[in-house]
Design a protein around this ligand. Structure first.
Ligand code: FES
Ligand SMILES: [Fe+2]
Length: 352
């Protein structure tokens, strides 16, 4: 259960630790929301309810009944609406009270009292827009090209880690850990264990890359902001992984709360025709298990770090990508908090 009171203005620290607003975030795999089911998730420090209407369209509401705050996710799915289990109030997919059965004609009826987030389903995952202003239209979303381009095949891998979201992202902005943490893996055994890195700006973010090695290990990563924040990287496959060249990863990390992260990795390969079939077969029968082992090494490392590990570090040149990311998010958190404070001053106790 989240610890935030809906309606409080968000402090810069709160935004920094629970995630940036005014952008799209990945929420969960699409198949987590079964027809007729009610799924409760916590994202960006708040509780949400996901459900599909009978026609299949997905809805995402604050998991908080407008009557007295009971979790709507414990209610009843009535096709196009949810009935709260506590006193039966019915809410539609846009968050409007349709009926108050215990008091017909009650003034709550017809009012939009529950926050509803715009959602999209993309490459097997649900994305939602977290606007600073709940009433504003969602911003544009350009999907990661490897997820929508022709000639690329992918598998979505979803995990939840007990580590702050920024650690999960920083881990990917740190290619050098491949040659150490994953040295014994099937993909990252080769190449140098020393390197020089550089930041290279792009019109949608930046590359963080080795200057002296490419195509041997985890040698570069691109950070992209296209309405949703995502990372792209490439790692060579050994010959045993069949034809088709290196595999790539599109990664997203969505804050569950201050200490936990929903991690999305789409593993992809530029393969078509029979090569695509071979890769998908090899992935399911052999490679997936090995990829999971690599991911477990990341999880164990990040979960073992104190949540304030980034308060007492001694960084060196390889950490420029991490630093760059932190500064960007810190500045954005400050900017969003001051925008909010201008319209909605912090109430007592809300500066968490
Ligand atoms: S709290 Fe939901 S109907 Fe009363
Ligand atoms: Fe890793």
């Amino acid at each position: 259960m989240s610890d935030i009171h809906t309606g409080d203005a968000l402090s810069a620290d709160r935004i920094f630790t629970t995630g940036m607003r005014d952008q799209w975030h990945a929420i969960c795999p699409s198949d987590h929301i079964a027809p007729g089911g009610l799924l409760r998730v916590t994202r960006l420090g708040e509780d949400w309810l996901l459900f599909r209407r009978t026609d299949g369209t997905l809805r995402m509401l604050a998991d908080r009944c407008p009557h007295r705050g009971a979790p709507l996710s414990q209610g009843q799915h009535l096709g196009d609406r949810i009935a709260c289990r506590y006193h039966g109030v019915q809410i539609d997919g846009e968050g409007t009270v349709l009926s108050v059965p215990a008091m017909p004609g009650c003034s709550l009826e017809g009012k939009q009292l529950v926050r509803s987030l715009p959602v999209r389903e993309v490459a097997g995952a649900v994305l939602a827009w977290f606007g600073l202003d709940p009433a504003a239209e969602p911003g544009p979303l350009q999907l990661p090209d490897p997820l929508v381009a022709d000639g690329i095949s992918n598998f979505l891998c979803y995990v939840e880690w007990d580590a702050p979201w920024r650690f999960a992202l920083e881990n990917v902005l740190d290619p050098m850990h491949g040659a150490f943490l994953h040295r014994e893996s099937h993909t990252m055994f080769g190449g140098q264990t020393t390197a020089r890195f550089r930041v290279r700006e792009t019109d949608r973010g930046f590359f963080f890359e080795k200057t002296d090695q490419r195509g041997v290990n985890f040698d570069w990563v691109e950070f992209c902001r296209t309405g949703v924040d995502w990372l792209d990287l490439e790692i060579p496959y050994p010959a045993t992984a069949g034809p088709g060249g290196p595999f790539g990863i599109v990664g997203m990390g969505t804050p569950i709360d201050q200490r936990r992260t929903a991690v999305f990795f789409w593993r992809y390969r530029r393969v078509t025709g029979w090569e695509r079939d071979v890769w998908r077969f090899l992935y399911r029968t052999k490679l997936e298990q090995r990829h999971w082992q690599v991911l477990e090494q990341d999880r164990e490392m990040l979960e073992g770090m104190a949540v304030d590990a980034d308060r007492a570090e001694n960084l060196y040149q390889h950490d420029l990508g991490v630093l760059r990311l932190r500064r960007l998010y810190r500045a954005q958190a400050d900017e969003q908090a001051s925008r909010l404070a201008a319209v909605q001053p912090l109430s007592a106790g809300a500066g968490r």
